[in-house]
Design a protein around this ligand. Structure first.
Ligand code: LLP
Length: 428
């Protein structure tokens, strides 16, 4: 699952004690394990090897350029959703032909940047966007390689904010509209519609949800082929799960078991866009207890990380396993609240931000915590730092990558001066 393990009551990241990292770099601190990142990338690659897919790591989940460089070196492509993510991927040494560009609202500038860079595929989500892409491609003097994101009408049974496969969500096109666009743009000198794109939500813990949506996309591809409009690419998106509580996520091989049989004889170029399944378990957020207090109805543990460092609990009521870095003799990585442990105290773990929604955990049984104690929030490698903000004018935390026995700072802690960087040189 990951290379964050307790030995003799201390949390280690690979061969480095997390306590030492907190002492050296301060808290709150994101700590990533390069070995875990690589292991999860390889698991995805091996599980789907029969399809020889292009794996495009989803940059949005953890976009530090040094992490992207490690993945590029492993041969990963990249799924980007903005000009900024494209910039990061290119700075990381990505092969532009192995970059796919998604998103419902690409601007003309972003389209131009993607086309000038030679991005391999633009995933288009509306007729209006396709027309705009054709116009920009004409200006740039290239033929854009595109896929149409379709709505497979599959409810992935994930959080309402991250469900994307139904007509009630802003993403994608109904099948009949997509078919119409493939017909209308056949032979266009400016856009080459090569395939279909699916992404039904994230995280999706039911591999069958992929099977159903891919099955529907294949029916559409067959109908188009029968009409002389054969496409050669199917991008099946991301959303593969991670372990937030124990070992609850299907393995890469479970997803592959549901998906590969549908695609093995199809002669399609298959693209996958995993983010969380690669990065989530490869990162922890380390935070220090500042204060504790009781209000008569709740016990609060106030730590130096907040919704500004990890917004998932506040935004999606997401559960992250949390445990002291110096855990004594307990090694509870697989512990869940269903298994009672002695000596725990039920607390709300909250941050310093001025919002009652600022919590990392509510009603959580934890060993007694005192000011100064270090706490690790696990499975924070995806949608953690990438969604961090400076709200309440909190400088964003540092990020450290542990690799082959050594820790490297991959993002320095922001300073107060960083907070004003885009403001204070303006004569306003
Ligand atoms: N491809 C597309 C088109 C996507 O929209 C996403 C995620 C992915 C791939 C990668 O999904 P992953 O494999 O990482 O689950 N902030 C939320 C997740 C939002 C996901 C948005 N799109 C969270 O913290 O759970």
């Amino acid at each position: 699952m990951d290379l964050f393990e307790y030995h003799d009551g201390h949390l280690w990241c690979e061969a480095v004690p997390v306590r030492d990292l907190a002492a050296r770099y301060g808290t709150p601190l994101y700590v990533y394990s390069a070995g875990t990142l690589a292991a999860h990338y390889h698991r995805m690659q091996q599980a789907f090897a029969e399809l020889q897919p292009l794996i495009c790591y989803s940059v949005k989940c953890c976009s530090n350029v040094h992490i992207l460089r490690r993945l590029a070196a492993l041969g990963s492509g990249f799924d980007v959703v903005s000009g900024g993510e494209l910039y990061r991927a290119l700075r990381a040494g990505a092969d532009p032909a192995h970059v796919v560009f998604a998103g419902v609202g690409k601007t003309a500038r972003e389209m131009r940047e993607a086309l000038e860079a030679g991005v391999g595929l633009l995933n288009v989500e509306s007729a209006s966007e396709l027309e705009a892409l054709a116009a920009v491609a004409a200006e740039v003097g290239v033929r854009a390689e595109a896929a149409l994101r379709v709505i497979p009408e599959v409810d992935a049974r994930t959080h309402a904010y991250t469900t994307t496969g139904t007509r009630a969500n802003k993403f994608g096109l109904p099948f009949e509209q997509a078919a119409e666009l493939v017909r209308a743009f056949a032979g266009s000198p400016h856009v080459h519609i090569r395939g279909l794109h699916l992404h039904i939500g994230s995280p999706v813990y039911d591999p069958q949800a992929y099977a159903v949506s891919i099955g529907r996309a294949l029916e559409l591809l067959d109908r188009l082929a029968d009409a002389g409009l054969a496409l050669d690419t199917l991008d099946i998106g991301g959303g593969y799960g991670a372990h937030y509580k124990g070992h609850e996520s299907p393995a890469a091989t479970d997803y592959a078991a549901a998906i590969v049989p549908l695609l093995r004889d199809r002669n399609l170029r298959v693209i996958l866009e995993p983010g969380r399944s690669i990065a989530a378990n490869a990162g922890v957020l380390v935070t220090r207890v500042l204060h504790t207090k009781e209000t008569g109805c709740r016990r609060f543990v106030i730590v130096d990380a907040a919704m500004t460092e990890l917004i998932r609990p506040a935004l999606y009521s997401a559960y992250h396993f949390i445990w002291p870095v110096e855990a004594g003799e307990r090694v509870p990585r697989d512990w869940t609240p269903a298994q009672p442990l002695d000596g725990l105290v039920t607390v709300d773990l909250v941050g310093p931000v001025c919002e009652s929604g600022d919590f990392l955990a509510q009603d959580r049984p934890l060993p007694p915590l005192r000011p100064g104690d270090l706490v690790a929030v696990f499975t924070a490698g995806a949608y953690g730092m990438a969604m961090a903000s400076q709200y309440n004018s909190r400088p964003r935390p540092a990020e450290v990558l542990v690799e082959q026995g050594a820790a490297r700072l991959i993002r320095r802690r922001e300073t107060y001066a960083d907070l004003l960087r885009a403001e204070d040189d303006l004569d306003a």
